[in-house]
Design a protein around this ligand. Structure first.
Ligand code: PDD
Length: 286
């Protein structure tokens, strides 16, 4: 089955989808995105992703080409047309294609933004990696200062994943002034003496939609949560570590820079949170 993608109002076979070479997403990484997971043919936390998208657009002075209701309908139509039961939907909005390459933003009334969505089928709930956990390296966080905006400037996160791969590991945690900010494409957590510790919200990290839900479920389950910066040293000395994102849910981290975290195997807190997250988000999926 050939994949159908959405481009600016049309559902087209992927080989026929076209975006201008002058698109500012292509020339300047002038765009934002969202990744929403799909389980049982339903969207996980669509509302959270739609709200964050609105915020990313507002922070960059960009306008949404469609309403949230229309976006929901496009997600659903893409799931239908591609028979998607499990995986992700990727959405990108750029500041559109001006007549030329110009650093100055075009007038949004003249140049409409570009909207692209596509599906990615993948088994994400029953993921064998979650049973053994992932191994991470630490690298300097040299990204720009507005990591709270979900822009498509993902070169450094890609380089981070390549550095991890070259070291024979799975991913990288980013550090700034000795503190862990987040993972290349996920939020980072440690567990010490039963307390779940994750960096507080600010411009230094993306405000993860999975993070928000996981922290809420943890508090509802009477687990102790501390939202504060933690050092790499604390992380290496933690009982457990894990990451969260729309594509990994809750994923145990069993090694940091060659040092085993805790027992070097997925711990009880991460395992329990993954179970709770999967069952609760399935219940509220739309
Ligand atoms: N990444 N931090 C960063 C830097 C991210 O890129 C992501 C998401 C997250 C987790 O956010 P959420 O829980 O809303 O997925 C944190 C997506 C999945 C990606 O780029 O593929």
């Amino acid at each position: 089955m050939t994949r159908t993608v959405y481009v600016n109002g049309d559902y087209v076979p992927e080989a026929e989808a076209k975006v201008s070479v002058f698109d500012r997403g292509f020339l300047f990484a002038d765009g934002v995105y969202e990744v929403t997971s799909v389980l049982d043919g339903k969207l996980i936390d669509f509302e959270g992703h739609a709200k964050r998208l609105e915020r990313s657009l507002a922070e960059l002075g960009m306008t949404a080409p469609v309403t949230t209701e229309e976006l929901l309908e496009i997600h659903r139509e893409l799931m239908r047309q591609n028979d998607l039961h499990e995986g992700m939907i990727y959405l990108q909005i750029t500041r559109g294609a001006d007549a030329d390459r110009d650093f100055v933003f075009p007038d949004p009334d003249v140049v409409p933004s570009t909207l692209v969505l596509f599906t990615q089928a993948k088994a994400i709930a029953d993921n064998p990696v979650a049973r053994k956990g992932i191994r991470v390296i630490s690298i300097d966080d040299i990204r720009w200062g507005r990591r709270d905006i979900k822009t498509v400037q993902l070169l450094y996160p890609s380089m981070g994943k390549m550095m991890a791969k070259a070291a024979g590991k799975d991913d990288a945690w980013l550090t700034e002034d000795g503190f862990v900010t987040e993972g290349t494409s996920n939020n980072a957590y440690i567990v010490k003496d039963g307390r779940i510790i994750t960096r507080h919200l600010g411009n230094e990290i993306l405000h993860g939609i999975t993070r928000r839900a996981v922290l809420q479920f943890a508090r509802e389950a009477q687990m102790q949560v501390e939202e504060r910066a933690f050092t790499l040293e604390e992380a290496k000395d933690a009982d457990e570590a894990f990451i969260t994102s729309a594509s990994t849910f809750v994923m145990p981290v069993v090694e940091i820079d060659d040092a085993a975290v805790g027992e070097g195997a997925p711990g009880p807190v991460a395992t329990r949170l993954r179970d709770i997250y999967l069952s609760e988000s399935r219940k509220s999926a739309i």
